[in-house]
Design a protein around this ligand. Structure first.
Ligand SMILES: Nc1nc2c(c(=O)[nH]1)N[C@H]1C(S)=C(S)[C@@H](COP(=O)(O)OP(=O)(O)OC[C@H]3O[C@@H](n4cnc5c(N)ncnc54)[C@H](O)[C@@H]3O)O[C@H]1N2
Ligand code: MOO
Length: 394
């Protein structure tokens, strides 16, 4: 059985971008840029004022107080007007083109205005208050490089390039199939003896979206091979990645590996980790299938460890960002680790990482309050509280 590092390396190799598409701005948030965004023109387009005030020639300034006639007005959005006549000032607003000849803007607060003249009454300091043409960027400059996630900051820069559409990586289309006769829709389990709420796929669906995937559908299915086979065939037609939940283990009623017409061509059939050993990844008919164990904590831990980098990579994102470990202090004593690499659920508190009360792979209560996975190497010894540990944000 392969270990965690090897499994991660194989996920990384399988997580190649699926292609690109052009989308309007409204569909761009959260997407990964596939082609760089270049500026259509320089910014500022001309020399512009940085303040509301009066554009003047430095050489026309005299000892305070002194006044100049106001020869015109320049506002943002208008093309540059006539040149500034010598011995006069121009009323100007922030972002407006500076008239030719002016080399300085005096802020309004240092002036007094009557109908035709402006009087400079306070020292104007040294600032020129002019942003020169192209001082932010030049036409053709790359403003947002390929590979950047279009968050609210990058979207602002991309829009400043005067582009209406962006070339982004295609999002992986995902179908989730949750299997098990015992499963009922949340809210309906109480009405059927032996039923439990199907709790994993709602969480995994949200996670798929959070990691940049496009959720096509999620389905809850009984352990009936014919029904499963039909659903699996349909899923392979509609998805780039099918996520199977449950039925990953060795029981006669564990069907998730055998429902496809073609046998899985394994990237890995299981991994020596705890929880989540039965997690698997395979190529099936040109698609990818990831099998998550049914135990809820096992499913979520393996999704965080392997599904996150897979979705990131398929969507053109930075795979390594989805598998970064940080260092932190564990506020609780740590038990010795067995021979499988182990991921303990914990909560990040001010005084360190606090272990979840239950580390059982079926636990669901602890999931809502755990936001970190502490990594323990195979064979690691027990440690007292205060040990430095590697953890991943969960
Ligand atoms: N003889 C062996 N038995 C088991 C092994 C093994 O190696 N040999 N592995 C164990 C490990 S580790 C895990 S993890 C589980 C995983 O099993 P499956 O993926 O086959 O999961 P199921 O049997 O379908 O379900 C396990 C458990 O989780 C509940 N479940 C399943 N799906 C959902 C869902 N969508 N929402 C909520 N709960 C779900 C299910 O009712 C079971 O209680 O196998 C061990 N066994
Ligand atoms: O994945 Mo199993 O997690 O060890 O119960």
């Amino acid at each position: 059985m392969i270990g965690f590092e090897e499994a991660l390396a194989r996920v990384k190799a399988a997580a190649r971008p699926l292609g690109s598409e052009i989308v309007p701005f409204g569909q761009a948030p959260g997407r990964i840029l596939a082609e760089p965004v270049t500026a259509r023109f320089r910014m500022p387009r001309t020399n512009v004022s940085a303040m509301d005030g009066y554009a003047v020639r430095e050489s026309d300034l005299g000892d305070l107080p002194f006044s100049l006639p106001v020869a015109g007005e320049s506002a943002a959005g208008a093309p540059p007007g006539q040149a500034l006549p010598e011995g006069s000032a121009y009323r100007i607003f922030t972002g407006a083109p500076v008239p030719e000849g002016a080399d300085r803007v005096i802020v309004q607060e240092n002036t007094e205005r009557d109908a035709e003249r402006v009087t400079f009454v306070r020292p104007h300091g040294r600032g020129r208050n002019i942003r020169t043409a192209g001082s932010d960027f030049q036409a053709g400059d790359v403003l947002v490089p390929a590979g950047v996630e279009l968050d609210w900051r990058a979207l602002t820069t991309a829009a400043a390039a005067d582009r209406a559409e962006l070339c982004v990586y295609r999002q992986p289309r995902v179908v989730i199939l949750a299997t098990g006769d015992e499963l009922a829709a949340p809210g309906e389990a109480h009405a059927r003896a032996g039923a439990i709420p199907e709790s994993v796929s709602p969480g995994i669906a949200a996670f798929v979206r959070q990691q940049g995937g496009h959720l096509v559908r999620r389905e809850r299915l009984p352990d009936e091979p014919d029904v499963l086979a039909k659903a699996a065939a349909r899923a392979l037609e509609e998805a780039d990645l099918v996520v199977m939940i449950g039925g990953a283990s060795v029981g006669e009623r564990d069907f998730s590996r055998s429902v496809f017409a073609a046998p899985p061509d394994y990237v890995f059939p299981k991994v020596a980790i705890k929880p989540g050993k039965p997690v698997w990844l395979a190529h099936v008919s040109d698609r990818l299938v990831m099998g998550l164990p049914g135990n809820p904590t096992s499913a979520l831990v393996t999704a965080r460890l392997f599904l996150a980098p897979l979705l990131r990579g398929l969507g053109g994102g930075d795979v390594t960002k989805a598998m970064t470990f940080k260092q932190g202090i564990c506020a609780d004593p740590l038990p010795a680790c067995g021979d499988r690499e182990t991921f303990l659920r914990a909560r990040r508190a001010d005084h360190g990482l606090v272990l979840a009360d239950s580390q059982d792979s079926s636990s669901q209560r602890s999931l809502a309050v755990s936001d970190a996975l502490i990594r323990r190497r195979p064979g690691a010894k027990a440690e007292p509280a205060g040990a430095m540990v590697a953890f991943m944000v969960f």
